[in-house]
Design a protein around this ligand. Sequence first.
Ligand code: NAD
Ligand code: IPM
Ligand code: MN
Length: 361
Amino acid sequence: TQLYRITLLPGDGIGPEIMAVAVEVLKVIGQQLDLSFEFQEALMGGAAIDAKGEPLPAETLEWCKSSDAVLLAAIGGYKWDTLPRHLRPETGLLGLRAGLGLFANLRPAKILPQLVDASSLKREIVEGVDIMVVRELTGGVYFGQPKGIFATETGEKRGVNTMAYTESEIDRIGRVGFETAQKRGKKLCSVDKANVLEVSQLWRDRITALAPEYPDVELSHMYVDNAAMQLVRWPKQFDTIVTSNLFGDILSDAAAMLTGSIGMLPSASLGASGPGVFEPVHGSAPDIAGQDKANPLAQILSAAMMLRYGLNQPVAADRIEQAVLTVLDKGNRTGDIMSEGMTLLGCQAMGKALIQALQSV
Ligand code: NAD
Ligand code: IPM
Ligand code: MN
């Protein structure tokens, strides 16, 4: 039996609800494929602020570092929105990403045939969409210095963030972009704002300089404002997108909606070595927390990405992804992906349906 140590970070809002479902799914797949998971639950985000007075306690980061992979649900909520920046749940998440060196964030947006009608776009536009957003995760305007709210000479306050990338930061995410494209449709679109921003000019120059090393990949460049428009106009033009931290955050939410709901989309955050963090693209959805309404499929698919990218267990990942298709084929839907004639399920019931599907493959 292969033993894996997994740190679980259920976090806030719907986090604990969807995490409970994903853990049950992992236990079942473990039994089926003779994998053994040792789960260690740890505090992060608002839950950690309430219990320990800080969003990322040192012991949480230590546990994460010493595990084989980290499964995260979501953090944040109204309750903590007015705290000083260093005490906010989101700061804990950024600390986790930086602390583990997770510079590459893979966010697949693939439309499932069963959910074409759940998309807000027309069938002919979304049918067949299969995009991978490669988002830089530990640099750019999220981390650049100087940052802060400073007093000016007139006594007025000035808020400052700095969008900065070094050549080596661009190169390492660029390589992930090219390598990801090589394994997919061999088309890479690098998204920037090089017409205005120096940091983007350097980004474009470096990505262009890498291209000769990947002659089988067709590289294109696009400005981010146009990319946002093209994503909803004709998303099928995209295969792999590589972009910076903030642009990737925004574009991946837009790409998520092509697939019907952000409640469907998983992600993998990876570094050069060490454990990865696997989490849904969505947040803690405080508007539906505690009501058994959340869609657990993004969390379950994040567990599948953990098996595939973090633990090198592609068969287990395939089985979970197949089970997701099966439950959808049977007409099971949570509220966010509901359409006419389908069966409305809560979070737990969706989890049960998924496990049933898993047991019948
Ligand atoms: P959100 O993604 O939490 O919610 C946006 C909308 O999508 C809401 O209407 C919500 O109900 C819905 N939604 C999200 N996930 C869903 C699911 N699984 N099933 C059904 N519906 C779902 O974004 P927000 O409202 O902008 O942010 C809420 C909090 O989450 C904030 O504190 C934010 O900072 C945080 N956040 C955390 C993460 C993370 O932990 N990785 C990501 C994004 C936002
Ligand atoms: C995400 C979230 C985070 C981000 C926040 C909560 C820090 O929106 O994972 O997409 O901006 O990266
Ligand atoms: Mn986001």
